[in-house]
Write a protein that binds this ligand. Structure first.
Ligand code: GZL
Length: 318
C-alpha cells in the first residue's frame, strides 16, 4: 500500500543521473518525427536530463547547438549529422572539453575517428541495394515491359538531401546492385534529382520528370517515403496510375507508405528504423560508466511490399 506508493513516487523523483545534449536535424519527414519522438521517450525511460535542439535543416545550427552543449558542460553529446562532412572542428572542441560524442542515424566523415565514441546507425547502403533487388525481382516475376515499347525499363530517382549519408549510401547501394545484376541490360537510369527528403519537393521534382518523360518512365526509386507520397500525387495529376503505370519503391517504411501500398498506389518500401533511442541511451550510459562499447551498431531493417503490407501495418509504431 503506502510503502509501495512511496517507492514508486520516489522512483519518479530521483535526480537524472546524466545530462545529454542532442542535436536533431529537423522535422523534414514522418521518419524524422518518429526518430525524435523515440529519442525523447527513451530519455524519459532512461531518466536522462535531455537538452534537445532542432536545427531546422541547417548544419550551422547543429554546430551552434553542440557548442552550447559544451558550454553547458553536458555529460555527453549526441547528434544526427545532416550531411557527412564539416564536423571536425566542432568535434575537436568537444574532445578538448572532454565531452564524449555519439552519432545517431546518419553517418559522417571525420579526419580522426576518435572524434566520436560510438555510432548507432542505419545502413543506407544496404537499403539502396535492397531497393534495387526488390525492383529486379518484381520485373522478373511480372515480366514488366517498357511502357514506351522501347528496349529498356526507364528508372527515375528522387534522391535525399544533398551530401547526406542516407542519400549517398542509398545511391551507391542501388547503383552497385544494378551493375552487379545479370539483368542490368534491362534498365536505364533516365533521371536522378534531389527532393531533399520532403513530400513537397518530391512532388515538385516528379512533376518535372513527368513533364519531360511522361510516357517513358516505368519505375520510381524514391530515397524516402515522404518524397514517394509527393510523387504519387504528381503521377495521379498527370493522369497515370501509380504502382501500375509507374512502379514505386520508397525507403523508411513509414505509416503513410503502408497506407499507399494498401490503397494500391505504391509497390514496396525498404525499412529504415528510427527507433534508435533505447540503444542510444543504453550505449551512452556504458560510455559514461567507462564500459567498452562497439564503435558502430546498425539497427535491424526489413523490406515491405503489397504482399505483407496489410498484416504488418497493424504492428507498425511509426
Ligand atoms: C535515414 C534518415 C533519413 C530518412 C528520411 O536514416 O536519415 O532522413 O530516410 C529522413 O525520411 O529525412
Amino acid at each position: 500500500g503506502a510503502a509501495l506508493a512511496t517507492t514508486s513516487m520516489f522512483a519518479q523523483a530521483v535526480e537524472p543521473e546524466y545530462t545529454i545534449g542532442f542535436s536533431q536535424i529537423g522535422a523534414e519527414s514522418e521518419w524524422r518525427t518518429a526518430n525524435t519522438n523515440d529519442v525523447k521517450a527513451a530519455a524519459v525511460k532512461h531518466n536522462i536530463d535531455l537538452k534537445f535542439s532542432d536545427a531546422q535543416q541547417k548544419q550551422e545550427n547543429q554546430i551552434k547547438a553542440i557548442r552550447t552543449f559544451i558550454a553547458q558542460k553536458v555529460d555527453l553529446i549526441g547528434f544526427v549529422p545532416i550531411v557527412a562532412t564539416g564536423w571536425d572542428n566542432i568535434l575537436r572542441e568537444a574532445k578538448r572539453a572532454k565531452i564524449p560524442v555519439m552519432i545517431m542515424d546518419r553517418d559522417l566523415t571525420v579526419s580522426d575517428d576518435s572524434l566520436y565514441v560510438a555510432k548507432i546507425g542505419t545502413d543506407s547502403y544496404a537499403e539502396g541495394r535492397k531497393a534495387f533487388d526488390w525492383i529486379d525481382n518484381y520485373v522478373t516475376q511480372n515480366n514488366l515491359k517498357p511502357r514506351n515499347g522501347g528496349d529498356k525499363l526507364n528508372i527515375v530517382i528522387l534522391e535525399g538531401t544533398v551530401g547526406a549519408s542516407a542519400a549517398t549510401g542509398r545511391s551507391h547501394g542501388f547503383d552497385d546492385a544494378l551493375n552487379e545484376s545479370p539483368n542490368k541490360g534491362r534498365y536505364n537510369i533516365l533521371a536522378s534529382q534531389t527532393g531533399d527528403f520532403t513530400r513537397a519537393k518530391g512532388q515538385e521534382v516528379m512533376e518535372s520528370f513527368l513533364k519531360s518523360y511522361r510516357d517513358d518512365i516505368d519505375i520510381l526509386f524514391s530515397q524516402n517515403d515522404d518524397m514517394a507520397l509527393g510523387a504519387i500525387q504528381a503521377i495521379e495529376a498527370a493522369g497515370l496510375k501509380p504502382s501500375k503505370d509507374i512502379v514505386i519503391v520508397g525507403c523508411d517504411a513509414v505509416k503513410g507508405m503502408f497506407q499507399a501500398m494498401i490503397d494500391g498506389k505504391a509497390n514496396a518500401t525498404v525499412e529504415c528504423n528510427p527507433l534508435q533511442g533505447d540503444l542510444f541511451f543504453t550505449t551512452a550510459k556504458k560510455i559514461l560508466k567507462g564500459e567498452p562499447v562497439e564503435k558502430s551498431v546498425y539497427v535491424d531493417e526489413g523490406v515491405f511490399d503489397t504482399t505483407n503490407a496489410k498484416e504488418a501495418f497493424a504492428t507498425r509504431q511509426y
